[in-house]
Design a protein around this ligand. Sequence first.
Ligand code: BG6
Ligand code: MG
Length: 218
Amino acid sequence: MKKEIAFIFDLDGVIVDTAKYHFLAWKNVADTLGFEFTEKHNELLKGVSRVKSLEILLDIGKVTLSEEKKQQLLIEKNKEYLGYVYKMTSEEILPGVTQILNFLDTNNIKFALGSASKNAPLILEKVGLINRFTALVDGNDVSKAKPDPEVFLIGAKKLNMNPENCVVVEDAIAGVQAANAAKMLSIGIGDAKVLGEADYVFKDMVEITSGFLKNLIN
Ligand code: BG6
Ligand code: MG
């Protein structure tokens, strides 16, 4: 018999690869402040809110700034990031995503977005996916960042589902922890060594086969 389940997808690193754009914009901030910011450092910002990302960046550069200066940098960083986002098209949807969404639609399984990004609706619009989700939860809707389960619990509520019947797809460890804290099934996308706390880990979205999805719903 079919189980009633729903999916909640993270956005950055799951649906689209925006980490490269965040990197370019944060690197510019670090350049302005006079220290090096590497792609390895950028890994620390995955799944982390914009404000927290700046704190981590300033820690890396061992820089202390006034509140006013921090606000200014957050605005400048986002402005540059949005410059990249405005150029995004459906070609930037990560391989495997469309097949998964099609499978879920065919099987009448609802899905929502659960993202830390305040730019999530714009990104979904640019890549042509804004109308495919039953519900959207983004950085504007939450007061507590991942690993707090708030974003996914709001998602479950909007989907009218019990958290235990929700499956979360996430690329960041903070997101996997948020899903686990929400008592949802967690699927990690990326390195199994990093995402070991997830119930399942796949290298990328292509690795999630329809056979695996069928097993989940049956
Ligand atoms: C997350 C990204 O999805 O959103 C983080 O993984 C990012 O890297 C965070 O900092 C907030 O994004 P935004 O678009 O609100 O600056
Ligand atoms: Mg992510």
